[in-house]
Write a protein that binds this ligand. Structure first.
Ligand code: ZN
Length: 369
């Protein structure tokens, strides 16, 4: 698992170039080629392959605000991204308060995020930040991702409460500013940070919410600009499943729409896509070929060479009372299958590591209608 961090900084050097616009993080280098896109066939943008991204909140919240104010501000800040209605994208969901969890936890082979928003100071803030320039850092979002598929797996969102005093502007009469810390609008900070959580890097547009700089007292980043919305929609439009419930369909999601890289199976309820990585490190998206109403396959390098086959199977009249996915491959390149249930919004991913003969996928996570 790899990680990347982007800090919101109060002060920073002048930009050395003049292009404007949103940017992605791109594997393997993480740096997008401006203005926005990753290099085709060589890079993939970091993004979620699930319909819902959990947002857990450290129960200690902020020492500078009431719990109610902090909670309301956190929820409003991610809801601002959820409210983008011009495209399908993952939704951040309130997953409750947790106590005693670190934002970043060590696991064998590295570390993962706890999908946690935490206000940190002192040693807790300094932990896990070796190599990060912390001068003027208001908050820090760390993404943990699969370097082969660019799938974001978890994150940590830490606010630097030791050096900044978080508040809601306009400051109420009698508000006690701390002379040792700059006072910062919390929603301004968190809305920006939740953009990182969704996979957006800093924008070069100095009017955007994803611009890196945030002076004390600024509130303009509470709302999204066109560049931010374009960045989110561009990031998720290429292959993200249409799982965002919308008002027109009564919140029930949309049917699959097939294209060159998307299988629509089971009467159009399920959408199946494949990402691969070859031995040269090249990343790509599998080309989809339907075979029957419930079965299809993908080719990667040559249309005459089948690589991965997948089918959806109903066990609704049998014992299991679910809908299952079976998949197998005639390959040992790296593969991630993304199966989206457009009825419920559930997205499941199945990964085969580079070098491993493809193991049979047999899973029944989908509900009967
Ligand atoms: Zn930032």
């Amino acid at each position: 698992m790899n990680r990347t961090t982007r800090a919101s900084v109060l002060m920073a050097a002048m930009l050395a170039w003049t292009q404007t616009g949103y940017q992605y993080y791109c594997t393997p280098s993480l740096d997008a080629i401006t203005p926005s896109t990753c290099i085709p066939d060589k890079q993939l943008p970091l993004r979620w392959y699930r319909g819902e991204v959990p947002v857990r909140m450290d129960a200690a919240l902020s020492a500078d605000m009431t719990a109610a104010d902090a909670l309301t501000t956190i929820r409003q800040s991610f809801q601002t991204w959820n409210d983008v209605s011009t495209c399908s994208h993952p939704l951040m969901v309130d997953s409750g308060l947790v106590s005693g969890k670190k934002p970043i936890v060590a696991v064998s082979g590295g570390s993962v995020g706890n999908n946690l928003v935490a206000f940190q100071s002192g040693d807790a803030w300094r932990a896990d930040k070796a190599g990060v320039d912390q001068t003027g850092v208001i908050a820090l979002t760390t993404l943990f991702f699969d370097p082969n598929t660019a799938e974001i797996r978890s994150y940590a969102l830490e606010a630097n409460e030791g050096n900044y005093q978080f508040a809601n502007y306009p400051l109420p009469a009698g508000f006690q500013t701390d002379p040792r810390r700059s006072t910062i609008d919390l929603a301004n900070t968190l809305t920006h940070e939740f953009g990182h959580v969704m996979g957006l890097d800093h924008s070069l547009d100095n009017q955007s919410t994803m611009f890196y700089r945030a002076p004390a007292g600024e509130t303009s980043k509470r709302t999204l600009e066109a560049d931010d919305i374009n960045g989110l929609c561009s990031l998720y439009s290429q292959m993200y499943a249409e799982v965002n419930p919308d008002a027109e369909t009564g919140g029930g999601g949309r049917n699959c729409s097939s294209d060159a890289t998307t299988l629509c199976l089971f009467g159009g309820r399920f959408q199946v896509q494949a990402i691969y990585q070859d031995y040269a490190g090249k990343l790509g998206i599998g080309q989809a070929v339907p075979l029957t109403s419930d079965t299809g396959y993908f080719w990667f390098f040559n249309r005459s060479s089948l690589e991965v086959i997948a089918k959806m199977v109903s066990f609704c009249t049998g014992g299991a009372k679910n809908v299952g996915v079976y998949a197998s491959g005639l390959t040992d390149v790296g593969v991630t299958l993304v199966v989206t249930d457009t009825l419920t919004g559930l997205v499941k991913t199945y990964s085969n590591a580079l070098g491993n003969p493809f193991d049979l996928v047999r899973d029944g996570p989908f509900v009967c209608q």
